[in-house]
Design a protein around this ligand. Structure first.
Ligand SMILES: NC(=O)c1ccc[n+]([C@@H]2O[C@H](COP(=O)([O-])OP(=O)(O)OC[C@H]3O[C@@H](n4cnc5c(N)ncnc54)[C@H](O)[C@@H]3O)[C@@H](O)[C@H]2O)c1
Length: 409
C-alpha cells in the first residue's frame, strides 16, 4: 500500500475510531483502508447499501475482522446521523475522527441546473458536514481529543457550480469550526485530493468535458499535473489526519501532504511544483548587484519578477490556479491581484515622491511567500542540482524584495 511507504507505523492511530462518510467506493474507501493501516477502526457511513457492505467485507478481509463497520447513513438526513451515532457510541463508546468525504457531483451550467439538484447537493455536500459537526464535536471537545475533516475541490469552475459552491462552503465551515475549537485539543482542517479517476468523478467529469466540448481524457490531460490515484488520494487524507495538529485551520491537498511526507505516488514525476520557471535574465543576476542598485532599479526588479510569476500562475491549469491563489492569500494575507495593485501603487508613489512606508508590510509578505515557495520546493524536488539552482533563483527574488524594503526604510 502507498501509505506503507511513509515513515508511519501501524500503531499511529491505534484505538482511534474514525467515521468516513461515503466510504463505499472511490477515495473514501481508500482513505478508510489507509486509516485502518494506521491502526484505526473505521465506520463506513455510506448511503449505498450494496457498496457499503462490500467495502466493509473487503476491509475486514484485508486487515482482519472488526476493523470496519458499515452503518447505512444518508449524511444529509438528521435522523440517519442520530441513528448512526447511536450505533457507533454503543459499539465503540466514542468517536475520534470524522472525515466528511461523501459527495454527489451534479454538473451543468447554473442556468440549466434544476433547483432540485442544488437542494440535493446542499444536503450531501454541506448539510451533511454541519449535521456531523453538531453531533460529534461536543463529544470531541468534552474529551479534548478529535479530528474533524472537510473535503474540498478546486473552487469555482464552469459547469460545476452546484457541486463546487458547497465544496467551497465546506472550506469555510472548517475554517469557522477551527477557530471555534482553538485550544480544545480538537483539530479541524480541509483537504482536497487532486483529480482522481473515481466512479463519481468519471461520471461527473464526462458531463463537464462534453459541456466544454472535449473528451474526458482530454479533460484529464488538461489537468494532468493534478492527477492522483484514488489510493494515493486516500493515503493523503489518512496521513493528514495522523498529522491533524499540523494542518489545523488550513486547507491542504493529498498531493501536498504526500510530498511533505516524502511518499512518492503515481504521476508524481509529471507533477511540477507551483514554482514558476525563472527567466534567463533572472538567473544571471548576481547577489552583490542588489546593494548597488537604486530604489527604482530595485522596484523594477521586484515588479518584473512578480509580473512574470503571476503571468505564469495564470497559465496553470484550473486546479493548480485555484490552489496557488489560495496558498498565496493564506501566506500573504492578500490576493495575487491585490499584491499586483499594491506594487503598482508603490511605483506611483515612487514617481510622485509620496510616502511609501505603507508598502513595507506587503513587500515583507511577498519575501515571506517566496521563502515559503523555497520550503515547498525542498519538500518535493528530488533532483539536487535542479533544487539548488531554483533555490538560488528564489534567493535572488527574496534579496530584491528585502533590499527594496531597506531602501524604503
Ligand atoms: N475524484 C476527484 O477527482 C475529486 C476531486 C476533487 C474533490 N473530490 C472529493 O473527494 C471526495 C471523494 O470523491 P470520489 O471521487 O471518491 O466520489 P465518489 O462519487 O466516487 O464516491 C462518493 C461516495 O459518497 C457516497 N454518498 C453520496 N451521497 C451520500 C450520502 N447522502 N450519504 C452518505 N454517502 C453518500 C456515494 O454513494 C459514494 O460511495 C469527495 O468529497 C469529492 O468532493 C474528488
Amino acid at each position: 500500500m502507498i501509505i506503507s511507504k511513509g515513515n508511519f507505523n501501524q500503531d499511529t492511530l491505534k484505538g482511534e475510531i474514525a467515521i468516513v462518510t461515503g466510504a463505499g467506493r472511490g477515495i473514501g474507501f481508500e482513505a478508510a483502508r489507509s486509516l485502518v493501516w494506521l491502526g484505526a477502526q473505521v465506520v463506513i457511513a455510506e448511503v449505498n447499501e450494496k457498496n457499503g457492505k462490500i467495502a466493509e467485507e473487503k476491509i475486514n478481509k484485508e486487515f482482519g475482522g472488526g476493523k470496519a463497520l458499515f452503518v447505512k447513513t444518508d449524511v444529509g438526513n438528521e435522523k440517519d446521523i442520530g441513528k448512526m451515532a447511536a450505533v457507533v457510541f454503543k459499539k465503540f463508546g466514542k468517536v475520534d475522527i470524522v472525515l466528511n468525504n461523501a459527495t454527489v457531483f451534479p454538473m451543468g451550467a447554473v442556468k440549466d441546473t434544476p433547483i432540485a439538484s442544488w437542494d440535493f447537493s446542499y444536503g450531501v455536500n454541506l448539510r451533511g458536514p454541519v449535521l456531523l459537526a453538531r453531533k460529534f464535536l461536543p463529544f470531541m471537545m468534552e474529551r479534548k481529543h478529535g479530528t474533524f475533516v472537510c473535503v474540498s475541490s478546486s473552487g469555482a469552475a464552469p459547469f460545476m457550480g452546484a457541486y463546487e459552491v458547497f465544496k467551497t462552503a465546506q472550506v469555510e465551515l472548517a475554517n469557522t469550526i477551527a477557530a471555534e475549537v482553538e485550544g480544545t485539543g480538537v483539530y479541524v482542517f480541509t483537504i482536497g485530493p487532486g483529480i482522481s479517476r473515481t466512479p463519481g468523478f468519471m461520471e461527473g467529469g464526462a458531463k463537464v468535458a462534453s459541456l466544454m466540448g472535449m473528451s474526458l481524457d482530454e479533460l484529464f490531460e488538461l489537468n494532468k499535473n493534478a492527477q492522483i490515484s484514488p489510493e494515493a488520494a486516500g493515503a493523503g487524507f489518512a496521513i493528514a489526519i495522523a498529522l491533524a495538529q499540523k494542518y489545523h485551520g488550513q486547507e491542504t491537498s493529498s498531493i501536498q501532504v504526500l510530498r511533505e511526507a516524502k511518499i512518492s505516488f503515481a504521476n508524481e514525476e509529471e507533477t511540477e511544483l507551483q514554482t514558476p520557471t525563472p527567466s534567463q535574465e533572472q538567473q544571471s543576476q548576481e547577489s552583490d548587484q542588489v546593494e548597488s542598485r537604486s530604489v527604482s532599479e530595485l522596484y523594477e526588479a521586484v515588479m518584473k519578477t512578480y509580473i512574470e510569476q503571476s503571468e505564469g500562475w495564470k497559465k496553470r491549469n484550473l486546479f493548480e490556479r485555484q490552489w496557488i491563489s489560495r496558498d498565496f492569500k493564506k501566506n500573504t494575507g492578500i490576493t495575487i491581484d491585490e499584491m499586483q495593485m499594491t506594487l503598482k501603487a508603490l511605483g506611483n508613489s515612487l514617481n510622485t515622491g509620496a510616502p511609501t512606508t505603507e508598502f513595507i508590510k506587503p513587500l515583507n509578505q511577498l519575501a515571506a511567500y517566496y521563502l515559503h515557495q523555497q520550503e515547498q520546493l525542498k519538500s518535493f524536488e528530488k533532483n539536487l542540482k535542479k533544487l539548488e539552482e531554483n533555490l538560488k533563483i528564489i534567493d535572488g527574488w527574496i534579496r530584491d524584495a528585502k533590499a527594496l524594503v531597506q531602501a524604503l526604510n
